[in-house]
Design a protein around this ligand. Structure first.
Ligand SMILES: CC(C)(COP(=O)(O)OP(=O)(O)OC[C@H]1O[C@@H](n2cnc3c(N)ncnc32)[C@H](O)[C@@H]1OP(=O)(O)O)[C@@H](O)C(=O)NCCC(=O)NCCS
Length: 210
């Protein structure tokens, strides 16, 4: 069995998880998938029944499965990832076949890279990150764990981003910028200077709103 064929557990049954199912199927169409979610009565996800709660490691043995957490919220994705790790599961890093990953890029465990995204050489993304559809993470960027670079967002070269930060859709971050942990950069914003942690910034140039 190759790595692509290892049965996959996806936690999450919303829109983000749907994209993850789609990516997994494009890499290996016959892959065995098991979908879980904490919410009750979730409808099937792209044809896959959704089981409520966490996977039971006595039934789905951790050594026989990989997991990906398909939750868009950075905080919730981290919480569930910690629980799954405690249950003994290992995380898969999923890259859409139409994404471009440059030389000497590091992608952490459980990170996902969607279609037409570009991660250029020597970028370093920690565990649990999302590089969403069409996003660009330029050369030598360093991205902390459980960050989300939204659809079409651009991080120019040599930026540093703290853990759990969300750069929303179509935002642009100027080269060599440092952004703290747990920051939200609003959709379409232009960041042209360093941003303090634990705050939300919007606009062009981006200004703090909370
Ligand atoms: C940044 C964001 C998360 C803030 O959401 P929020 O906390 O609910 O903020 P609000 O919508 O209450 O907006 C607060 C103020 O900021 C302004 N604002 C919010 N987002 C803005 C943005 N992206 N650009 C400019 N101004 C923005 C609002 O107009 C409002 O201004 P006002 O007080 O003068 O009326 C949200 O606006 C955003 O940009 N979401 C993008 C989500 C995204 O990328 N989704 C893709 C997921 S795959």
């Amino acid at each position: 069995m190759t790595a692509d064929e290892t049965p996959l557990i996806i936690f999450g049954a919303g829109g983000h998880a749907a994209v993850i199912v789609d990516v997994a199927k494009r890499i290996y169409p016959d892959r065995e998938l098991h979908v879980f979610d904490e919410a009750p009565d979730c409808p099937p996800l792209l044809g896959h029944e959704v089981t409520r709660g966490l996977p039971d490691p006595d039934i789905l043995r951790p050594e026989q499965f990989k997991v990906v957490v398909g939750i868009g919220s950075n905080a919730a994705r981290k919480i569930v990832s910690v629980k799954l790790r405690q249950l003994g599961y290992e995380f898969e890093t999923l890259v859409h076949p139409h994404a471009s990953i440059g030389a000497m890029v590091k992608l952490g465990k459980g990170s996902v890279v969607f279609a037409r995204a570009v991660v250029n050489p020597r970028a370093n993304l920690a565990d649990g990150c999302i590089v969403n559809t069409g996003a660009i993470v330029e050369h030598d960027c360093v991205v902390g764990e459980f960050c989300h670079v939204g659809p079409g967002a651009v991080m120019a070269g040599v930026c540093r981003v703290g853990a759990q930060t969300w750069v929303c859709a179509n935002a642009t971050v100027r080269e060599t910028t440092t952004i703290g942990e747990n920051v939200i950069v609003g959709a379409g914003s232009f960041v042209n200077g360093d941003l303090e942690a634990n705050a939300t910034y919007v606009g062009s140039p981006a200004r703090q709103i909370t």
